[in-house]
Ligand binder design. Structure first.
Ligand code: NAP
Length: 370
């Protein structure tokens, strides 16, 4: 029987995020992994050989993926040949190269060669005509893709990225409130971020056991600035950032394997909700995605509110709804701003590969990938 799934490639297939892509796509109803690429160190090996001794996940890869040859991600010609053979319609990018300029150029080379790139990397997050997508929050930013393609003379290829994992837990609740007529003016957020967010081998164990590290390079700037593009609007061929909410972030690395948490204090810009119950009702009703979009990775309940005063917790709640939902708790009035709450999301699923897959589903739904 003909294979009706869209063939996809994974760049950085051997890394932490690449491995998540491979396992999350094991039984995906729309996509099938058929092309793999990583650094020259892995190139030329079968995937089984390339990841031998450095497989990080409990779940394993599909047998056919283990047999695939790993290509050098910089060898665009091999990817184009795979595209022509019907083995690589678009790629997920999860490479960690020597510099962001290298990654930027690599992703542009794929797009220019006609292969759309759905990226996890930060290289193109600030490129003004590249959408930085959280599917539920700013799916309308995909409208910039025809503008991006036209401006660069790309026929089939384009680049879409996802934002940093540190902001995933609180963007949906803040967006839900804004949609209901209660935009935020100022936010103070303290994150407690899992060690898996630093890749493998990540932070040395002697820094993490019985300890926390109150600094993650570059993370506070990303946490404060990326929401301003995501809440922005397409204007004159670019995504124009908003100025509010003003965000002050403290980002901490904590000894948790998976799951980034955040303590959020929020001040509304104008009108305030009448009660905590009204806010919980707004979060419970929040869908984010257009009603007609039936995307396999979309959580049924994008925001799950936990009434227990000791939840959510990373170990108990990070896997909620395929690890794609965010879990919220401890909503209460704030003595300084208006409200405060606790938020949690799975950093390598919702914050990385799962978020990338949901973006690809959205782009397929909108006809940008075929
Ligand atoms: P990682 O575990 O270090 O994996 C890096 C991958 O990039 C490997 O497949 C590696 O291949 C490949 N690579 C390294 N140098 C390369 C080169 N010169 N050319 C081509 N490929 C090269 O990193 P990671 O944690 O998976 O992160 C990957 C990307 O996702 C990064 O941009 C990171 O910022 C982003 N991200 C990570 C997380 C997270 O939670 N970890 C969350 C959001 C976004 P070899 O195995 O052959 O060396």
């Amino acid at each position: 029987m003909a294979n009706l799934k869209i063939p996809v490639g994974v760049l950085g297939a051997t890394g932490m995020v690449g491995q998540q892509y491979i396992t999350l796509l094991n039984d995906h109803p729309w996509f099938e992994v058929r092309y793999l690429a990583a650094s020259p160190r892995s190139a030329g090996k079968k995937y089984t050989e390339a990841v031998a001794g450095r497989w990080h996940l409990i779940k394993t890869y599909a047998p056919h993926v283990g047999e695939l040859m790993v290509y050098d991600a910089s060898d665009i010609n091999s990817a184009v040949a795979a595209f022509k053979k019907g083995e690589c319609s678009f790629v997920f990018s999860a490479v960690e190269m020597n510099s962001k300029d290298e990654t930027k150029a690599l992703e542009e080379a794929y797009a220019a060669a006609g292969i759309p790139v759905i990226s996890n990397d930060s290289a193109h997050r600030w490129t003004p005509d590249v959408p930085m997508l959280i599917a539920e929050v700013n799916h309308e930013h995909t409208d910039i893709i025809p503008i991006q393609k036209k401006a660069r003379g790309w026929d089939r290829g384009f680049i879409a990225v996802k934002p940093n994992c540190s902001i995933q837990s609180y963007m949906k609740p803040v967006h839900a409130l804004a949609q209901a007529g209660y935009p935020a003016q100022r936010i103070i957020v303290s994150t407690m971020q899992a060690v898996s967010g630093a890749g493998y081998p990540g932070v040395p164990s002697l820094d993490m056991i019985d300890n926390l590290v109150p600094y993650i390079g570059g993370e506070e700037e990303k946490t404060e600035k990326e929401p301003l593009k995501i809440f922005g609007a397409i204007d004159n061929g670019i995504i124009k950032n908003v100025e509010k909410p003003l965000i002050s972030a403290h980002c901490n690395r904590v000894p948790v394997t998976d799951g980034h948490s955040a303590c959020v204090s929020l001040e509304f810009a104008g009108k305030k909700p009448a009660s905590m119950e009204e806010i919980k009702a707004i979060w419970a009703a929040y869908k984010g995605l257009p009603q007609e979009a039936d995307l396999p990775f979309a959580p049924k309940q994008p925001i799950i509110y936990r009434e227990e005063n000791n939840r959510p917790q990373p170990r108990k709640d990070r896997d909620a709804d395929k690890a794609m939902a965010v879990s919220i708790g401890r909503l209460r009035p704030c003595n300084v701003f208006d409200i405060r709450f606790f938020a949690l999301s799975h950093n390598t699923v919702r914050g990385a590969a799962g978020g990338g897959i949901l973006n690809a589903e959205l782009l397929k739904h909108k006809g940008y990938i075929t």
